[in-house]
Design a protein. Structure first.
Length: 175
């Protein structure tokens, strides 16, 4: 069973929990539609870079060995835009990111994904936050990410480092 799904970014079209609902947990569960076949799967951050390809390869092996599904997450670009009138707080604007569709098509044609069930989830926002959110939604056993090389990671902190500090589940960083 191989395939891919494109979910809307996390901040769009979310139903608001009904404050009058008898069971607030039921309202919370309806907010995160996820396929039960991928519960306790392996989440992997993927953007098509060399380090994310290595992370994907490791995550495929990890999912295959444990008999779990693979949740491939691509976090789309979002740009902060300051609303100057009235000094309101920054607003995030979604930038069209067709990269997820291209990645999905590439992954759908990949032979190496034939051994594990997988889905592709698109999110928008902070990479660390979104990977952890997907991990929570799918009750993932682990999150796999590639390491960041370069000056940007050294200056602002790498995704892997920030995720390892804040995640509530094991984080595997692939060099």
């Amino acid at each position: 069973m191989a395939g891919h799904e494109f979910f809307e970014p996390a901040d769009r079209k979310r139903p608001v929990a009904d404050p009058t609902a008898a069971d607030p947990l039921a309202a919370e569960e309806s907010r995160h539609p996820c396929d039960p076949a991928f519960k306790h799967g392996v989440v992997v951050g993927f953007d098509g870079s060399t380090s994310s390809e290595r992370a994907l390869a490791y995550a495929i092996g990890m999912a295959h060995r444990s008999g779990a599904g693979l949740i491939i997450v691509h976090v789309a670009n979002r740009l902060p835009t300051t609303v100057w009138a009235g000094c309101e707080p920054p607003v995030f604007v979604d930038v069209p990111d067709h990269r997820t569709e291209v990645l999905g098509l590439e992954l759908a044609c990949a032979d190496y994904l034939a051994e594990v069930p997988w889905i592709l989830v698109e999110r928008g926002g902070d990479i660390c936050h979104e990977l952890e959110e997907v991990g929570v939604e799918y009750e993932a056993d682990a999150i796999v990410v590639g390491s960041t090389h370069g000056i940007v990671g050294r200056l602002f902190g790498s995704v892997a480092g920030r995720l390892a500090k804040r995640a509530k589940r094991p984080v595997v960083v692939i060099p």
